[in-house]
Design a protein around this ligand. Structure first.
Ligand code: FES
Length: 387
């Protein structure tokens, strides 16, 4: 049933966008945590169809599956990408899904990164592997809903926001969106003109407030200069005129996310109104060690599986060795696809990872970075969302 809803959203979005905007369908979208994630999403081969330079250090890539249609993405979802060789996987937000077998992603180059320089070197016609769409940082558009959305993005954190904003503009005509978007400078701002143009066409439904650290000749339309710290966010949220009943969507560097969360809490936003997308930074990963070999009991739907996990293994690695079908994607703690509810026992997690403070407090875990300190019982939840 869930796949049917996704496919219907996809058809609605493509149809409405062509009609209302007179342009290709926006990226299909993803959210903080949405419902009914598939247990296992297949890996497909894909080829680069177009490569577009967005900023001096960011590109977008349109990828076409060579193995048939991909599931329809929700606004805010991502794909996990694997390059040839032994490069680690990376999760990239889907900026758009212009056709069932195509997705557009954006990649910011990290100078000493293990993957992004290779992604930037990809040319049209080259191939890679991808899995998805996945992810729970999603918004499920509802044509009858009248909602305020406050999106706060830093740098490449804009990528899921573009998909979400474009979907909401088309599929939630009574809703209003304010985007506060911080970057080093106007020239470093991904999708700047695309967002500016969307705001100009929106009849006041989309307000975009650029915040640039460096003021340049291109900054004339920028709302303000500075970093996305708490003082700046207080001022920008005042400008946006958003009430504490708005849904807040956060994606960006850890410091920006923390500043935003502090400000929103201080303004009375309920925890349930704040949704975050977090991707781990593998370079900074602190690996936890389990203690001894332990037994894991895992419930997947109505099925119960039991297997042992060595101290050198994560829970997911133990499950895979025992052929237990636990969901996963990035395998680096960055996407949430391997989320679990811990019912008994003690686990420790490699850090950093995408678990929120609230999720940790409520006993959520991530199988791909979880190590057993004792025997445990965990459950693979039916995902619901948006969180
Ligand atoms: S598979 Fe992505 S967080 Fe575990």
């Amino acid at each position: 049933m869930f796949n049917g809803r996704l496919q219907q959203w996809s058809r609605d979005l493509r149809s409405l966008s062509r009609t209302l905007l007179g342009q290709p369908a926006p990226a299909l979208l993803r959210s903080g945590r949405v419902g009914g994630a598939p247990a296992v999403v297949r890996m497909v081969r894909a080829t680069v169809v177009t490569r577009t330079v967005e900023t001096p250090d960011a590109i977008s890539l349109e990828l076409r599956s060579l193995d048939g249609a991909l599931p329809a993405a929700l606004p805010g979802q991502f794909v996990t990408v694997e390059l040839d060789g032994d490069a680690p996987k990376r999760a990239y937000s889907i900026v758009a899904q212009p056709a069932p077998e195509r997705v557009v992603i954006a990649v910011k180059r990290i100078a000493d990164g293990a993957v992004s320089p290779q992604m930037h070197a990809l040319q049209v016609g080259e191939t890679l592997r991808l899995r998805g769409p996945l992810g729970l940082f999603v918004v499920e558009p509802d044509i009858a809903r009248a909602q305020q959305y406050l999106a706060i993005a830093g740098g490449s954190g804009i990528t899921p926001m573009v998909a979400i904003i474009e979907a909401l503009l088309v599929l939630e005509p009574q809703s209003r969106i304010a985007l506060i978007y911080g970057n080093r400078s106007a020239a470093d701002t991904m999708f700047r003109s695309r967002l500016r143009d969307a705001a100009a066409r929106s009849n006041g439904r989309l307000r975009v407030q650029f915040v640039d650290e460096a003021w340049t000749a291109d900054s004339t339309e920028t709302s303000s200069q500075g970093r996305l710290d708490e003082a700046t966010l207080q001022r920008e949220i005042d400008h946006a005129g958003m009430a504490a009943t708005a849904i807040a969507l956060l994606c960006g560097p850890t410091a920006v996310m923390q500043h935003a969360r502090n400000v929103l809490r201080g303004r009375g936003f309920a925890e349930s109104q704040i949704r975050e997308e977090r991707f781990g930074t593998p370079q900074a990963t602190v690996r936890s060690r389990g203690a001894g070999t332990h037994t894991a009991a895992v419930f997947v739907g109505t099925q119960r599986y039991q297997f042992t996990v060595a101290p050198t293994q994560t829970l997911l690695e133990g499950a895979q060795a025992a052929n237990v079908p636990m969901p996963s994607s990035c395998t680096m703690g960055g996407c949430g696809a391997c989320g679990i509810d811990v019912e008994q026992g003690e686990l420790v997690h490699d850090e950093p990872n995408c678990l929120t403070v609230a999720e940790r407090a409520s006993g959520k875990g991530l199988a791909c970075v979880a190590r057993l300190v004792s025997d445990c019982v965990v459950r693979v939840p039916n995902q619901r969302g948006p969180r």
